[in-house]
Design a protein around this ligand. Structure first.
Ligand SMILES: NC(=O)c1ccc[n+]([C@@H]2O[C@H](COP(=O)([O-])OP(=O)(O)OC[C@H]3O[C@@H](n4cnc5c(N)ncnc54)[C@H](O)[C@@H]3O)[C@@H](O)[C@H]2O)c1
Length: 327
């Protein structure tokens, strides 16, 4: 099979995770690393014997990459993607697609104009426990969803300071909770409105509780925080109440027992899930869709914009103490 040549942009936390996860894929391989900080690129590049650059135009010219894996800080997604589009390279972009809807729409406009393909790396769409919950929901096996509760609880990121800042990553209300907003969006579609309460830290909403309001009868609560103490290990959690069963996922449980099903009839059980790495899966999926020319149906760009809209509405609700409609 033809393999996609990937250029990694951004050698930080996520760039390192992607590169490690995607070793020995049949669908793609990395041909270089670009980072504004050449030392960061070189440190990572020496581990994987990759050419390193500090300038993206030069990196694209020299590596002849088919696609760029964009792992630079969120405020630089747009400028990085502009370079990719000028060169004609497709884009796998880390979430959130951008800090603002204006940037997201500009990214879409540029991609359409220059005929490049973009997928946002909404990793929960490839995370086995979350994928399984989606499959159960769409199968109708346990009836319809009555309620959902999601949590994503973390201490402030230790590896950078821009994520928790208002003009950087936008804080937990944007950077962290976009994962669960996107998960709920996939399960239930777009809510009508959102009511949120949050706590400011360093000028951004870094702890937030939300109620998502739907026309249909379903209750949805999401909590996200970057303000938990370091002594509290990172936790992601969901509980989905179906008509005929409860599904509960807790990242704190050992692998293989994280997702548990409690049916109304019969005993509880742990579904057997593929032990797949979600980051590897998303890079593989992106590369395969470039090869076969099929759409990114598992992670459509329009839904990544909608997930961002939901986060921005949550931020507005916190800041103005009001229910915010989602258009
Ligand atoms: N999917 C997830 O679970 C997850 C987790 C964390 C971060 N992220 C996302 O990944 C992206 C990167 O976050 P991170 O935590 O890896 O950041 P980071 O700060 O750890 O690393 C960013 C790297 O990009 C480099 N850089 C900065 N501006 C650049 C530019 N204009 N061109 C090239 N390189 C540049 C920096 O020198 C740094 O090495 C963000 O969009 C973030 O929201 C996703």
């Amino acid at each position: 099979m033809e393999r996609i040549k990937l250029l990694l942009a951004g050698a930080g936390f996520m760039g390192q995770k992607h590169l490690k996860a995607a070793q020995c894929l049949d669908s793609a391989f990395y041909v270089g690393i670009v980072d504004a900080n050449i030392k960061a690129a070189q440190k990572l590049g020496s581990k994987y014997s990759l050419n390193c650059f500090s300038d993206i135009e030069q990196a694209l010219e020299k590596t002849k990459a088919d696609a760029v894996d964009v792992c630079v800080p969120t405020p630089y997604h747009l400028s990085t993607i502009k370079h990719c589009a000028e060169y004609g390279a497709h884009v796998l972009c880390e979430k959130p697609v951008s800090r603002t809807i204006e940037d997201a729409l500009e990214i879409k406009r540029i991609a359409d104009k220059k005929n490049i393909r973009i997928m946002v790396a909404q990793v929960l769409r490839f995370w086995p426990e979350y994928v399984h919950a989606g499959e159960i929901a769409s199968s109708g096996k346990y009836g319809k969803i009555l309620s959902i509760e999601c949590k994503r609880l973390s201490s402030p990121p230790a590896w950078n300071s821009w994520i928790i800042q208002p003009q950087g990553g936008g804080g937990a209300v944007i950077d962290l909770q976009i994962h669960d907003m996107d998960f709920v969006l996939k399960l239930l579609g777009k809510p009508q409105s959102i009511q949120s309460v949050g706590r400011l830290y360093k000028g951004a909403v870094n702890a937030v509780h939300n109620k998502l309001i739907y026309a249909k009868e379903v209750s949805v609560l999401i909590e996200s925080s970057f303000l938990f103490p370091e002594s509290y290990p990172f936790r992601m959690f969901f509980k989905i109440e179906f008509e005929k069963a409860i599904l509960e996922m807790d990242f704190w449980r050992v692998k293989g027992e994280r997702l548990k099903v409690y049916p109304q009839k019969g005993s509880s059980y742990y579904p057997v899930l593929p032990g797949k790495d979600a980051y590897r899966e998303e890079i593989d999926y992106f590369s395969k869709r470039l090869i076969d020319g099929e759409k990114f149906n598992d992670s459509p760009f329009e839904e990544s914009i909608l997930a961002l809209k939901m986060c921005l509405a949550s931020e507005k609700s916190c800041l103005n103490n009001q229910i915010v409609m989602i258009d």
